[in-house]
Design a protein around this ligand. Structure first.
Ligand code: SF4
Ligand code: SF4
Length: 103
């Protein structure tokens, strides 16, 4: 189940995006993210998204603690589009079943 959830989160691209230009490398976001999504890159001295499939998305604590606004999330319109597509696919799958019930 956990693997499927991670795959779905990856497919939806729900993980945060880090703007390396803005990131100061303060690590506050890493400290507050309990899902180990973020990691400090010693080379660049910035934070990067290491485990996007772990992101719980709705918490958005990382963006809240980043004082320089370096963390953003995917466009909500893209998410709505994603869920509409999923619903259409589900309806297409259910149609023959419904016909069977009606007939
Ligand atoms: S809180 Fe913001 S500035 Fe600090 S490390 Fe995270 S992304 Fe970079
Ligand atoms: S949204 Fe939550 S789970 Fe995802 S990276 Fe930010 S703090 Fe971690």
């Amino acid at each position: 189940m956990e693997r499927r959830q991670k795959a779905a989160r990856l497919e939806m691209r729900l993980a945060p995006v880090i703007d390396a230009e803005k990131c100061t490398g303060c690590k506050a976001c890493i400290k507050f993210c309990k899902s180990r999504v973020l990691a400090f890159d010693k080379g660049s001295r910035k934070v990067r998204v290491k485990n996007p499939g772990n992101c719980q998305t709705v918490c958005r604590i990382c963006a809240g603690v980043c004082t320089v606004g370096a963390i953003t999330f995917p466009d909500e319109e893209a998410l709505i589009h994603y869920f509409r597509k999923r619903l259409e696919n589900l309806q297409a799958v259910m149609q023959p079943v419904r016909r069977g019930w009606a007939g």
